[in-house]
Write a protein that binds this ligand. Structure first.
Ligand SMILES: O=C(CO)COP(=O)(O)O
Length: 134
């Protein structure tokens, strides 16, 4: 599966710790990330991550483009709800595209835990069918 990892600054430690904890699961998938998040994950784990631009410089939009092409199967986006982001329209657009294309999206750690459990259990097999319908 293609998995996007994104975290705002106040949530980066949480997402990095999540990828350390689930490295045995994530290593069997293809990981994408916004720039700084991807660097942090690669520094902390042995996972390889395709990095896009940093979020404020267009990274969220690049991941949105992958969603629009039906090339993203899961989005883990640890959002900071307490800090204003200069690129809020890009963030809203990314979340909107997840809904347009029915892509599983976790915007916090608790949801990410549930989705990753589903990933290990085969709950994401429907994505293979969805991709064939592309
Ligand atoms: O701003 C972001 C998501 O909206 C994340 O970008 P970085 O991973 O480059 O910090």
């Amino acid at each position: 599966m293609n998995i996007a990892c994104i975290a705002h600054d106040q949530k980066k430690d949480e997402l990095v710790n999540f990828t350390i904890a689930y490295e045995p699961v994530l290593k069997d998938h293809t990981l994408f990330a916004t720039g700084t998040t991807g660097t942090r994950i690669m520094e902390a784990t042995n996972l390889s991550v395709h990095r896009f631009r940093s979020g404020p410089l267009g990274g969220d939009q690049q991941i949105g483009a992958k969603i629009a092409e039906n090339e993203m199967d899961l989005v883990l986006f640890f959002k900071d709800p307490l800090t204003a982001q200069p690129h809020e329209p890009d963030i809203s657009a990314l979340i909107r595209l997840c809904d347009v294309y029915e892509i599983p999206l976790a915007t916090n750690l608790a949801t990410a835990e549930i989705l990753i459990a589903g990933l290990s259990r085969g709950d994401f097999d429907f994505r293979e069918l969805a991709k064939r319908r592309k």
